[in-house]
Design a protein around this ligand. Sequence first.
Ligand code: SRM
Ligand code: SF4
Length: 570
Amino acid sequence: MTEKLSHVEDVKATSQQLRGTIKGDLGDAQIPFSEDMYNLLKFHGVYQGYNRDTATERKKMKLDKEYEMMIRVRIPGGRMDRAQYLHFDALADQYGGGKLRFTTRQAIQYHNILKGDLHATIAGINESLFTTEAACGDVVRNVTTIAAPIQDPIHQRLFQDADMLSASLLPRSNAYAEIWLDNEKFADVHNPSVNKDGGQVEDLYSATYLPRKFKIGITVPQDNSVDVLTNDLAIVALFDDQKTLLGYNIHVGGGLGITHNKAETYPRLATPICFVGPQDLLAAARAVVTVHRDWGDRTNRKHARIKYVVQEQGEAWVKAQMEIIMGRPLDDPRPQAPYTIVDHLGWHEQGDGLLYLGLPVLSGRVHDVGALRLRSALRRVVTDYAPLVVISPTQDVILGDIRPQDRPAVEAVFQEHGVKLRDDLSNVRRWSMACPALPTCGLALTEAERIHDPLMTDIETMLADIGLSQDLFTLRITGCPNGCARPYAGDIGLVGRTPGVYALYLGGDFLGTRLSEKVLDKLPYEAITGTLKKAFVDFRDHRTDKHATFGDYCHDRGGEYMKALLADAA
Ligand code: SRM
Ligand code: SF4
């Protein structure tokens, strides 16, 4: 018996290549988009949500929800120039409530956009020469890579590859241009492959696009600051000693989204499939996307990511499919150096006489609140001293091309605006992330970004008390199990369960090469710091030389040991 396709497949199939009724629906700013058009809007980089803080109260008063839009800008490798950043900053005032958010995939998000401002905001974003097209939806998303603007052949090549893949894998439909922009201008500037004949042919995506989202990251083993293995397609570039590109190890099947207590959903790190030469990168990427298109599960969106195809069919099968699509045998993956992580926060030399500064941004949120005026400080530094801005995959920002003589002035601007630099922050805070969760995320089960700061303060005090402030480990918080701040790929993951309650994951690693394990299912917020203290004291008292980080210790001790140790904590 053929299983029924999921409803979103019908929406895509009948959308006329992502057009639907969006253009007409924009005419009435008071009526929210229908569920079907909401699904289609994602392909245009837009999510329709509502203010979850006010929804219950308004319902009691028989008022409708306060609908608002989130818009995501697709920024390959997170890299933009001064004018582009300042343009985004200005749009935040015009439409985005004075706020920007740097995402875990090097993009920018605006929240709180009104439906009536949607068209103008997207048109405005496109003036920056970036697009919101395919920032979301069942297509290839923003391609991530190392954020540091190091001027050597390795980093330049990685960025070029990320940019090339991002542009080459955009949809070809002209729908985006028709709805939001002047067709010709858009086609020429953003998406050279767009069909100017009306956009009826999607040679890669087909009429129903992909079964689910598809993410690509590219890096070298020497710097896994991009968490490359959490991507559907994880590309690891291999260079020789002279920094000449040898080719790429292609890994497939990473992905983190799960549903609590549904064992058939699981996080997975991408596994090695094959090696391809420099000239074959795009063909290999298209082949993997094609495998996802043709073999991903279109009946069940919870089972539709390519990670399930790889897990169920095996790596050899995936390689064989790629060989059929590419029309030739592929080499096995080559040995590669062990993964390491480079800390890009703080001041660094770029290699061309200029400096870059990695600036920590808590939860990626850029705004001015009270004495902390981060948005104003960034605007001033970018205007006066930093012509290059790169968002990092850890929600931070790198300011590049700074002259060494400007360093004191840059530091003074941040100090005047109450912004802390790397060395002013504790290790735990520097290496932490939190997703937006409430009040903007429609899927949040509890808080993440809004508990980030107070929780860090508690944990900083606890670590100082037990003498572990200098230890390095990652701590990642999400408001639900979808995994947007990659909680299963770090040393510690706190994953929203129910309001005020989190599942605790331990035993991942600092390098992003090992998944963590659930140790507690329901840990109330108030008990988090005390519970972690118990685990950290155990680590302090029993660690050996083989335990580089807290995550290594928890992994080595094993889930059952950690569960027993912390059993009475919750
Ligand atoms: Fe995510 C859905 C935010 C990175 C896995 N993610 C969402 C939505 C759009 C909620 C929704 O569908 O209604 C969130 C918007 C909240 C808001 O208020 O802004 C959201 N995801 C984010 C961001 C902004 C988190 C952040 O702190 O930066 C990240 C935007 C990245 C970007 O620029 O494109 C973000 N999301 C991730 C990552 C991490 C990554 O890719 O490196 C993951 C885990 C990796 C993965 O894809 O498996 C991730 N997001 C999900 C999922 C689970 C997908 C699954 O396979 O089950 C969902 C839910 C869904 O797609 O149905 C989701
Ligand atoms: Fe929303 Fe969940 Fe993603 Fe957090 S992890 S942004 S709560 S979908």
